[in-house]
Design a binder for this molecule. Structure first.
Ligand code: FAD
Length: 370
């Protein structure tokens, strides 16, 4: 089916922000403080049906603080809101969705949703942002500057292993996982060395018949000491180096190790969190380990990370031969009217907050110069 003809109402905005997660909201709030009026000067678009960025789609059992701290958005404290005070018994997706909704309303950010950005193209001295609404209506907005804050949730990464197409069981990735009950009584293989894999294994314990855990590298556990802060800084620096070099971004946890919370300690002690080297291949009803053991599996859960979701930027031809996009301090090196918030070293809630201030200032300078 072809797209309907766009409504060429030639909307113009000085800035279009793509995505209303932590990164997009942080940039929008700073731009508002610097004088841009939401809804006219600055238009924020999000394809998701509700508030919360990617958090609204996370699985039921995930609680705030289960993995890392979730930092408050700038402008939240003046509303008396803090994630540290939130009810930890509620699913993180509900808490973050509610807090972001109150934030957007309080600051009157006028996010338009659900509006999917389908492409960004060069158009004269600006950029043309093509969108599609829930009813299929296509529109175009001409912007002087675009801030892309589209996150990674739309592009889960699943590596290829021999026989993956032969395996007859179910395969789901992190974005498709809803709750352990979908795997009740089953033999489940979990793949991946990050906090999502750990969360799934702990939740599946006692619900699935069996779990086996495979990781590409042996797990590195950290105890939250000063040394770990250094390794976290090192991991962010490595993200920055890769972004500036236009390389595919490395995984953050591969550089920092996973902090051992009380829940994880209990899982380690119970033997639920015993990682094994990546299996060699699939067969029809399971996987064959590095040692040649056949492991029966009804389902495989791929908790193998994400890639930046930049598909709508394809017309700008920013991809390098190394598979990434060249981004320095939140700005595209090859398209100076494009900023990327929450990308690479900014891909955490604290990084996204910092990005907000830095990118907003650069955006204002770019607008002054245009
Ligand atoms: P997102 O929250 O993904 O927001 C991007 C937004 O862009 C979405 O709302 C999406 O709908 C929209 N969008 C995307 N493409 C388009 C398009 N083409 N058109 C229109 N809209 C579009 N970080 C922490 O600091 N602490 C944690 O505890 C933590 N836990 C995590 C747990 C999991 C399972 C995962 C996967 C990540 C976690 N992170 C955590 C990292 C976290 O995702 C980031 O910190 C932060 O929430 C990302 O914010 P963002 O704004 O960059 O992206």
């Amino acid at each position: 089916m072809t797209d309907p003809t766009p409504t060429l109402d030639d909307q113009h905005a000085r800035v279009v922000v793509i995505g209303a997660g932590q990164a997009g909201l942080s940039v929008a709030w700073h731009l508002q403080r610097l004088g841009l009026v939401p809804g006219t000067d600055m238009i924020v678009l999000d394809r998701a049906p509700s508030t919360g960025g990617a958090w609204q789609f996370r699985w039921q059992a995930l609680r705030l603080g289960a993995a890392h701290r979730v930092h408050d958005l700038p402008g939240m404290h003046e509303m008396g809101l803090r994630f540290d005070d939130a009810d930890r018994a509620r699913p993180a997706r509900d808490v973050v969705g509610e807090y972001y909704r109150r934030f957007e309303q309080h600051h009157d950010l006028r996010v338009r949703r659900p509006v999917q950005v389908t492409s960004v193209e060069r158009a004269g001295s600006g950029l043309c942002v093509s969108t599609r609404g829930a009813d299929g209506t296509a529109t175009r907005i001409l912007a002087d500057v675009v801030v892309n804050a589209s996150g990674t949730w739309g592009t889960p990464f699943v590596p290829w292993y021999p026989g993956r197409d032969v395996f007859g069981g179910r395969q789901v990735d992190t974005t498709e996982y809803r709750s352990a009950s979908a795997f009740a009584g089953q033999d489940v293989v979990v793949v991946g060395g990050g906090t999502s894999a750990i969360g799934f294994l702990l939740e599946l314990d006692g619900v699935a018949r069996s779990t086996r855990w495979f990781t590409r590298r042996p797990m590195m556990w950290s105890d939250g000491s000063a040394l770990d802060v250094e390794s976290a800084v090192g991991a962010v620096a490595e993200q920055d180096r890769a972004a500036r070099a236009g390389e595919v971004l490395p995984s953050i946890v591969s550089g920092t190790g996973v902090p051992v919370s009380r829940r994880i300690r209990a899982g380690l002690d119970r033997g639920v969190l015993r990682d094994e080297p990546m299996f060699q291949r699939f067969d029809e009803d399971g996987v064959v380990t590095a040692d040649g053991e056949h492991v029966h599996a009804d389902a495989v859960i791929w908790a193998t990370g994400f890639r930046a979701d930049l598909r709508h930027l394809a017309p700008l031809h920013l991809r390098t031969a190394k598979g990434g996009v060249v981004v320095a301090d939140g700005r595209s090196e090859d398209e100076p009217r494009l900023f990327l918030a929450g990308y690479g070293p900014q891909a955490s809630t604290i990084g996204a907050n910092r990005a907000g201030r830095r990118i907003a200032r650069q955006v204002m300078a770019a607008l002054d110069a245009s």
